[in-house]
Ligand binder design. Structure first.
Ligand code: SAH
Ligand code: F3S
Length: 434
């Protein structure tokens, strides 16, 4: 069986696609193809966080159906599958199955059931073990929790991925050990609200009392593992103990995502984010003090309902204080099931577009300034590939920055010190020194 799988959205969606493929490989000896016309099974793993990907889903489904091999099946998985369920088959009757984001483990059972819809939002997949696929580029993503318990007023995820359940610590440890045995040097711990780990475990099994900081400590004891990353954490749960562990544990990579969303206290409250602008600034300053080489990325939504010029200016001002190394910015998109879609004073699209442009321009300037400061510094870089065009080795710093380097022949998967010769906004060039 040849499978074509297209994945939209977050890192967890990519991991879900990997898990789907792993099951198909083990059960049906499936192989992945990048040619739709050759596929016996086409899966679109969807995202529903903003509206655009949903429009794209139906236009893609139509064009995939038109070119697919005769007899090939089409399945829709992920958050839009959870949210729209049977409606997808009503709109596109040639779709064979719909597999919600919390029902990924049921991939084999829906394959031969025409019209199957598996979208149980209470399904507990936290104990599920998937066959492992080979490690690529020395990195492996490991789920540590499913669902999200926060109810940010703009966000559809709690409705598509359901209540938060942490995966048992022992399972995470054994999955990480397996990944390291298979060649991984770096793991990416995944959850929608990753640092709320330990809040609730499956009722189907006993569990230990442990939080995210404790989990990081345990994982870092695995020998052969060099770097631990995680996404996405919530700023609210970044307590002092966590920051201390982040700063002092050499295996924890020094890049962190701190999704701000807005710099205005009024908007943060309407978003139900649970922190204030002051708390956020305090966390950033504390992290930068403890880890001077840290790279901080963020998510910002512009044009949230009732966002005034003054609220937006608060966000711009915070950008200049925090000086994020990376920014993911979005225009607010009203989502079904969420509270914010019914808020008064929805912001006109042209105003939101203009704010997005201003925000991104300020960020570009910040990135330029940060880049200048990196010149002549020395970074430890994990090399994973070679770029024949530039004749350079390619790797990432602990903080996640992309580095191209010339120097002696090294084995991929090795960490080396690199002196930065040229530093641009999104990548650096350097020389391996030892
Ligand atoms: N905790 C999750 C967040 C999922 S959504 C994670 O693991 O990434 C990712 C980002 O999309 C959010 O941080 C937010 O900035 C943005 N987003 C979510 N809902 C949105 C909406 N309705 N409109 C615009 N952007 C949104
Ligand atoms: Fe969404 Fe907020 Fe959870 S952004 S995924 S409800 S932390």
């Amino acid at each position: 069986m040849k499978v074509y799988i297209e994945t939209f959205g977050c890192a967890m969606n990519h991991k879900d696609s990997e898990n789907i493929l792993a099951k198909l490989k083990a059960d049906r000896e499936a192989v992945q193809t990048d040619k739709i016309t050759e596929a016996d099974l086409i899966i679109i793993n969807t995202c529903s966080v903003r509206e655009k990907p949903i429009q794209k889903l139906f236009s893609e489904l139509g064009s995939f159906n038109a070119i697919k091999k005769s007899g090939a099946k089409i399945g829709v998985a992920g958050c839009t599958a959870s949210h729209l369920g049977r409606e997808i088959i009503q709109k596109a009757p040639y779709v064979n199955f719909v597999l919600g984001a919390r029902n990924i483990s049921k991939i084999i059972s829906v394959l031969d059931k025409k019209g199957a819809v598996e979208i149980d939002i209470e399904n507990d997949e936290s104990l599920e073990l998937y066959p492992s696929l080979p490690v690529s580029n020395f990195r492996k993503s490991i789920n540590i929790s499913i669902g999200c318990d926060k109810q940010c007023s703009f966000c559809i995820v709690p409705f598509t991925r359901g209540e938060e359940i942490s995966i048992p610590t022992d399972l995470i440890i054994s999955e990480t050990q397996k990944a390291v045995e298979n060649g991984a040097k770096e793991v990416l711990l995944l959850g929608q609200n990753v640092n709320n780990y330990g809040r609730r475990f499956s009722s189907l099994t006993p569990h230990r009392d442990i939080n995210f900081t404790g989990l990081l400590k345990e994982i870092s004891n695995i020998s052969g593992l060099e770097r631990i990353r995680f996404t996405s954490p919530h700023p609210l749960h970044m307590d002092n103990k966590f920051i201390e562990e982040f700063a002092t544990n050499p295996k924890i990579a020094k890049g962190i995502h701190m999704p701000l969303q807005s710099g205005s206290n009024k908007i943060l409250k309407m978003m139900k984010r649970g922190y204030t602008r002051e708390w956020f600034i305090d966390r950033v300053e504390r992290i930068r003090r403890a880890v001077p080489e840290v790279a901080i990325s963020t998510d910002i939504i512009v044009g949230f309902p009732d966002e005034s010029d003054s609220d937006f200016n608060d966000t711009l001002e915070l950008l200049n204080i925090a000086k994020f190394e990376q920014l993911f910015s979005f225009k607010y998109s009203p989502r079904p099931l969420t509270e914010a879609k019914d808020f008064k004073n929805q912001i006109a699209d042209d105003i939101a577009s203009e704010r997005l442009i201003r925000l991104q321009a300020i960020h570009q300037k910040i990135m330029e300034d940060l880049a200048i400061n990196r010149k002549n510094k020395i970074y430890s870089v994990l090399f994973d590939s070679f770029d024949s065009e530039s004749n350079c080795l390619i790797g990432r710093t602990s903080s996640g920055l992309l580095v191209k380097a010339k120097g002696e022949k090294i084995n991929f998967g090795e960490i080396r010190n690199v002196k930065i010769i040229e530093s641009m906004r999104t990548q650096m060039k350097g020389q391996i020194i030892f």
